[in-house]
Design a protein around this ligand. Structure first.
Ligand code: HSE
Length: 440
């Protein structure tokens, strides 16, 4: 059978990886897909660089629309990124009857509803394995491997940049700013790292996993997004002493009559495997009612790990190209006419436990007043630790750090309690609050 023809929009790091892996492993891929997969056309503004990657025999153009307009092209691979021009090109490709493969988590998390609806109307596939956790086949696992399960929760380290920074902060006792600079110097963080360090990239990925796990529309705007910029080496060390590691987690959970979708730093017990995922690696834990807990680990970025996911999508499309659209795996795992309208919970409705650190005056009654406020709010304390005052402010210090771990409570109650604690004259600085996930 004639190889299926793909056109690539944007041949940067990942595009180069796709091209190289496809060329290197073509015989194996053909045996799996039942036909060859060929990148016949590449669009990139830098045609010279594109040509140097693909060599001769591939049409190189500087206009993505030429790829979309080419009737020989069956699949458009979008690797441009962002939600600007990429959205228009993906919609145009769908309109032209092309299947789409994309690694663009931002685009799908924000415009997924529009894109999947357009694709359904045209009977084409939109595949996005590379959009979440790079080379880890988590979309495949959630959409197909775990399809028997009622998913209960997902918690993932789904941003390698921030995990690298947190690992460096813990290993070397570095402050955030220093660790970020180091990550940039080593190429682990972008020159503009905002999306990574503010948790936005992780929230895009968590949004997609949320939709697939629970059969709800993609709703990035309902995600709670908090990054790692305010974390200190001191809290990382205190957490470690208490048996916890701080990770930036993307969490989505079935809870009461709704769904939680949140990204924020979390204390995770050091004994959990996921707590030991270090450097730029990614890992995703999924809890299903039948399977129990499963864990997926691997590289979340990089040319060939991401290419691995893109090519898996190309193989799926090559196999299902001629199948009836109704027999394909639905975009978001659930049939489009069977999506749920489960409510997305606000943060004040989330139930979780907490690490609190407060700088207090080291005098009689301070601890009692703080624990009294927590008790009045119905918040149960799991552990309390007070540092030696000397350790905080040197010999003769009259200040100390009070660290409290709580049991699960409603975030709204914690907000009320913290507002009251903050008003105590003996609480000398803003209280640090980091959520804690046992992931049991
Ligand atoms: N910037 C992402 C990360 C990789 O650091 O994990 C692509 O999503």
């Amino acid at each position: 059978m004639k190889p299926i023809q793909a056109g690539l929009l944007g041949i940067g790091t990942v595009g180069g990886g796709v091209f190289n892996v496809l060329r290197r492993n073509q015989p194996e891929i053909r045996r799996r897909a039942g036909r060859g997969i060929e990148i016949a056309m590449v669009a990139d503004l830098d045609t010279e660089r594109a040509r140097s990657v693909v060599g001769e025999g591939v049409t190189v153009v500087n206009d993505a629309r030429a790829v979309i307009a080419n009737p020989e092209i069956d699949i458009v691979i979008e690797l441009i990124g962002g939600y600007g021009i990429a959205r228009r090109l993906v919609l145009d490709a769908i309109e032209a009857g092309k299947h789409v493969v994309t690694a663009n988590k931002a685009l799908l998390a924000v415009h997924g509803t529009e894109i999947f609806a357009a694709a359904q109307r045209k009977g084409v596939m939109v595949a996005f394995e590379a959009a979440v956790a790079g080379g880890i086949p988590i979309i495949k696992a959630l959409r197909e491997g775990l399809t028997a399960n009622r998913i209960q929760w997902i918690a993932g380290i789904i941003n390698g940049t921030t995990n690298f920074i947190l690992s460096e902060m813990r290993d070397k006792g570095l402050d955030f700013d220093v660790a970020l600079k180091q990550a940039q110097a080593l190429g682990y963080a972008e020159a503009d790292p905002t999306f990574d360090i503010e948790g936005v990239d992780a929230a895009h990925k968590a949004t997609l996993m949320c939709a697939i796990a629970f059969g709800v529309p993609v709703q990035f705007e309902r995600a709670h997004v908090e990054g790692i910029t305010k974390l200190t080496a001191q809290d990382i060390r205190y957490a470690e002493e208490l048996g916890y590691r701080i990770k930036l987690l993307g969490i989505t959970k079935r809870s009461g009559d709704g769904i939680e979708l949140r990204v924020h730093p979390s204390l995770v017990p050091t004994r959990r495997l996921i707590a030991n995922v270090e450097g730029a690696m990614n890992a995703v834990m999924v809890q299903g009612d039948a399977v129990g807990t499963t864990l997926y680990y691997g590289k979340g970025a990089g040319a060939e790990p991401t290419a691995s996911a893109v090519i898996a999508d190309l193989v799926d499309i090559a196999r299902l190209h001629s199948a009836d659209a109704a027999q394909r795996v639905p975009y978001l795992a659930f049939q489009p006419d069977a999506m749920s309208d489960l409510r997305m919970l606000s943060m004040s409705e989330v139930v979780t436990s907490y690490y609190l650190r407060m700088r207090v005056a080291d005098e009689a009654g301070v601890l009692a007043r703080v624990t009294g406020i927590l008790a009045d709010a119905g918040i149960s304390i799991d552990a309390v630790r007070q540092r030696e005052a000397d350790e905080i402010g040197g010999e003769g210090s009259t200040q100390t750090d009070l660290i409290i771990l709580t049991h699960d409570c409603l975030e709204a109650r914690m907000d009320t309690a913290l507002a009251a604690i903050q008003k105590l004259p003996t609480v000398l600085a803003p209280v640090v609050r980091i959520r804690k996930e046992e992931l049991a």
